[in-house]
Design a protein around this ligand. Structure first.
Ligand code: ADP
Ligand code: MG
Length: 245
């Protein structure tokens, strides 16, 4: 699904990712943990196509194709999704209108017929029920005045609509109450059964109570310094990053 090879990223001469390599197969979950500023969000942003970062070395293959020369919108259409650590608010953009346009753009790309309003409403009703999202949030502007947790659930709603193949969750658990987190993790498990792949960036071991990751990677100063089972995460919770070797 994803092959990151010796990826080196700089921003204004500052080295942020340092020869990072990672391989993810369909249906795998990779959890990435690491101290603040270690480069976790940068990795997510670079994969999604944020143009501010410079790729100074390495390459990334997504479904066998060179990812880094694709525009962000093509990456999305090809099945890559990033749930932002801090989703933006867009005033003047109705949430329902955004979600419908997003889904129909993807359907069109796959040569499927676009959903009309009634078909879309039927589908979205089902999805917001799955996530216990309040229907009124659909009529509001995109993330405008949403709480931190509501913004994260709105990201999750996009995931349920699109069912992307590679889903990157940048601290989806930050800001979610325990019931919302359980719903998110339950839906992640359902997507795993469809062979979707996940990169889950987190600071907490809570998510590991609901899913069994294939790997936990520790990122430090832009390098993966340790990879292993979820035991690593529990170890870190006990002793902190400073004492991990
Ligand atoms: P993490 O998500 O692991 O906390 P980030 O990837 O956000 O870390 O940041 C890694 C490093 O790169 C930090 O030192 C951060 O300050 C720097 N960095 C990332 N994005 C930017 C940016 N847009 N402008 C300036 N510095 C940045
Ligand atoms: Mg971050």
């Amino acid at each position: 699904m994803l092959n990151i090879n010796q990826l080196t990223i700089t921003l204004k001469d500052k080295l942020i990712l340092d020869k990072l390599s990672l391989e993810i197969h369909p249906g795998e979950i990779h959890v990435i943990m690491g101290p603040n500023g270690s480069g976790k969000s940068t990795l997510a942003q670079v994969l999604a196509g944020n143009p501010i970062y410079n790729v100074s070395n390495g390459f990334v293959l997504f479904k066998g194709e060179n990812l880094l020369n694709q525009k962000p919108e093509l990456r999305s259409l090809n099945g890559l999704f990033l749930a932002f650590q801090s989703p933006v608010e867009i005033s003047g953009l109705n949430n329902m209108y955004f979600l419908k346009s997003m889904l129909n753009a993807h359907r069109k790309f796959k040569n499927l017929s676009e959903l009309d309003s009634i078909e879309f409403l039927t589908l979205i009703d089902l999805k917001i029920e799955q996530l216990k999202i309040e229907k009124s949030s659909l009529g509001r502007n995109f993330n405008n005045g949403f709480s931190g947790g509501e913004k994260k659930m709105n990201e999750m709603l996009q995931i349920l609509l699109l069912e992307p193949d590679l889903i990157i969750l940048d601290e989806i658990d930050s800001g979610l109450d325990i019931d919302a987190l359980k719903l998110v993790m339950f839906n992640i498990s359902s997507l795993l059964k469809k062979q979707k792949s996940f990169i889950i960036i987190t600071h907490y071991t809570k998510v590991l109570e609901y899913i069994q990751p294939n790997f936990v990677h520790i990122l430090s100063h832009g390098k993966i310094v340790k990879s292993g089972t979820r035991e690593i995460a529990f170890q870190i919770e006990q002793v902190g990053y400073e004492n991990i070797h």
